[in-house]
Design a protein around this ligand. Structure first.
Ligand SMILES: *Cc1c(COP(=O)(O)O)cnc(C)c1O
Length: 230
């Protein structure tokens, strides 16, 4: 049975339009903004359809789910974006280009250990709990500088930027704060730390996120439709 994925075509076209309009309005022409397809709960056939349209970046939230789906995916770069338990690092270390959700020294050290064994240097982002929400992962603002300094000393990880999930209601103030923090760290020129990637903006706030400097938007439901949890 052929599934009709034309809704993904429509959604992708709309997202591309919105992203290029926002980029034209708020950003310099040379600044590139990447669109990630967030795949949690989405069937690999739908993910492959999106890859066929030109999506070249996937975001994975759950180790187990990713393991069960990865062999079915067409070629694309994969980032891990979900809460990562230290005992699961070993399963993903070989196949993800970037781990966006590092929010503790313990996790950074575990990634360092496994990257060393795998003979690689693992690129990571530090996830910040910008809204200070109990329910969300991410390092607290007050502990960010220390985490960055300590992680920067690890030999097999490289900090490439910041990631955040701002509060869904009224994200603008937090997106703006993220931009300030990102630029502040960038200006400090810390050894082994480069601010190349500011990952923020999801289905509900990606246009605003682009306004505040995001260069990687993570889009799930606006591309694939509402998630159905089984
Ligand atoms: C699910 C998820 C997204 C995408 O959310 P949508 O609102 O469906 O676009 C983005 N980032 C992270 C970390 C997620 O868990």
């Amino acid at each position: 049975m052929e599934t009709d994925f034309s809704y993904i075509d429509e959604n992708y076209k709309r997202i591309l339009n919105n992203v290029s309009e926002a980029a034209a309005k708020y950003r310099k022409p040379e600044e590139k903004i990447r669109i990630m397809a967030v795949t949690k709960t989405v069937d690999p056939a739908a993910v492959n359809h999106a890859i066929g349209l030109g999506i070249d970046l996937l975001g994975e939230n759950r180790v187990q789910e990713y393991m069960s789906k990865k062999d079915a995916y067409k070629d694309a770069e994969v980032h891990f974006i979900g809460h990562l338990q230290t005992n699961k690092v070993k399963y993903i270390i070989d196949s993800v280009k970037l781990i966006q959700s590092v929010d503790s020294l313990k996790l950074a050290e575990e990634i360092d250990k496994h990257a060393n064994r795998a003979g690689k240097i693992q690129d990571i982002l530090i996830e910040l709990n910008i809204g200070g929400e109990e329910s969300k992962s991410g390092i607290d603002r007050s502990m960010l500088d220390e985490l960055i300094c300590r992680t920067a000393e690890l030999e097999h990880v490289r900090i490439k930027g910041l990631m955040a999930i701002p509060p869904a209601l009224g994200p603008e103030k937090f997106l703006c704060e993220m931009q300030e923090i990102y630029e502040d760290i960038s200006g400090k020129n810390i050894k082994n730390v480069s601010m190349d990637i500011l990952s923020m903006g999801m289905s509900g706030d990606y246009v605003q996120a682009i306004k505040y400097g995001s260069n990687l938007v993570r889009i799930g439901s606006a591309l694939f439709g509402a998630r159905i949890y089984k």
